[in-house]
Design a protein around this ligand. Structure first.
Ligand code: NZQ
Ligand code: ZN
Length: 385
């Protein structure tokens, strides 16, 4: 196991009715910026619950944060928040609202051009307004982590930043808020959290037994509960298990002391930025192809994944790895996320722009060994056609 430092400052309130706990999370007299997306919280009752819990606070609202939040939108919230001298940000929605709010929190305190926050991957961030969230879409883990992804719509640059200053101080996770998710977002959440887990697990063995076992437990949960969420959208236990799985898939626990890949995410971000595919749609396309391409290097962990997660028995390591990749593809398709570019009417002519953006963003040595170059990405995407 490799060395690690674990820091997890988010207080989590998990379960039915936990939105009530909001009032106790803010100092008396706080002025709160309430951020949200395109309106789902107004049709599923979450907005009313939040407003009633915050009845004794001064609340300023900023709605309209879009999926894959745009820098152009977020800077409007930054001006609003600066003018109003807010003390706290409360993000209510999916990963895009939480990520966008992390950016707003950091940008309020940053003197220069706020896009620097992304181009420096967060290195220029020294302070941020404190932030909390009510999560309505289990997928990204943003509710408990230091990362955020923001897109500059004008240039189609989708970049992430990380800063401990934007880790949510608290997160309210009420599985009932997820009952209203449409099938496409259920599938996206399932695939995203699955891929987060495997990007910290299907690398190479370092004898990290706790982390591997935890990853396997999360994956088995996602595999068993994902299809049930499509079948029985208001089954509380199904939603609760998926929600806690997604949070734990990217809250810093799985990555402790193990190698991490993230090539699929970096390639996927460019596909979303350029062509508008949902985040998880890109992941379902890239990861099976990447595994096929990197099968020999990842063989030991692909075999472990096949045996422990999919219960595959085979006579050779190669056979088990192949079957594990095939099972994963079947699962993504079953959830509703195809595994090819052609399913989105894309072909080889779409690949060069992805390579250009990766180069522009400095993502030219990807994967757990830093050996996935642009030439390799080209091959990987060709396998995903
Ligand atoms: O905008 P509203 O109206 O709220 O609707 C949203 C949106 O249209 C809807 N939705 C959310 N909760 C709902 C709901 N609809 C009905 N009922 C509910 N309870 O779902 C749509 C998608 O929402 P979005 O927040 O975009 O989805 P997700 O949570 O998947 O977030 C995706 C974003 O997170 C980034 C992605 O790149 C993408 O920009 N990621 C963030 C990460 C992080 N911070 O650590 C890591 C991830 O790998 C990922 O890159
Ligand atoms: Zn993701």
């Amino acid at each position: 196991m490799n060395n690690f430092t674990h820091h997890s400052p988010t207080r989590v309130h998990f379960g039915k009715g936990q939105i009530e706990k909001l009032a106790g999370e803010f100092p008396v007299g706080s002025k709160i910026l309430l951020t949200f997306g395109g309106g789902s919280i107004k049709s599923n009752g979450v907005y009313e619950q939040v407003k009633s819990a915050l009845a004794n606070f001064q609340v300023i609202e900023f709605g309209g944060i879009e999926p894959n939040p745009h820098h152009e939108t977020l800077i409007k919230a930054v001006s609003l928040a600066k003018d109003a001298s807010i003390d706290y940000i409360l993000a209510v929605g999916g990963g895009s609202v939480v990520d966008g709010s992390k950016f707003i929190a950091a940008a309020i305190c940053y003197e220069g051009d706020s896009w620097d926050i992304l181009t420096t991957y967060g290195a220029c961030v020294e302070r941020a307004i404190p932030l909390g969230c009510v999560l309505t879409l289990p997928a990204t883990g943003s509710e408990m982590n230091s990362g955020a992804v923001v897109t500059k719509d004008k240039t189609k640059d989708k970049l992430f930043f990380r800063s401990d200053t934007v880790i949510p101080r608290f997160a309210i996770l009420d599985p009932e808020t997820t009952f209203s998710l449409p099938p496409r977002q259920i599938a996206n959440g399932v695939v995203d959290s699955f891929v987060h887990t495997v990007e910290q697990y299907v690398t190479y063995p370092v004898n990290a037994l706790v982390q591997d076992g935890f990853a396997e437990s999360i994956l088995k949960t996602i595999i068993s509960q994902g299809p049930l969420a499509l079948e029985r959208p208001t089954d509380y236990d199904v939603r609760a298990n998926l929600m806690w799985a997604a949070t734990n898939a990217l809250n810093g626990t799985l990555s402790n002391g193990v190698p991490e890949d993230w090539a699929t995410h970096m390639i996927g971000h460019e596909l979303t930025g350029l062509y508008g595919l949902d985040h998880a749609q890109t992941l379902a396309i890239v990861i099976p192809a990447l595994w096929k391409y990197k099968k020999q290097q990842k063989l030991d962990k692909l075999v472990q994944f096949g045996q422990q997660v999919w219960n595959i028995t085979g006579s050779t390591k190669e056979e088990i790895a192949d079957a594990a990749i095939a099972k994963t593809e079947e699962f993504f398709v079953l959830m509703g996320n195809p595994t090819t570019l052609s399913a989105y009417h894309m072909d080889a002519t779409h690949i060069p722009a992805v390579l250009e953006k990766l180069e522009l963003h400095g993502h030219t040595q990807l994967g757990e060994h830093g050996d996935i170059t642009l030439k390799d990405v080209k091959e990987i995407l060709a396998l995903a056609l």
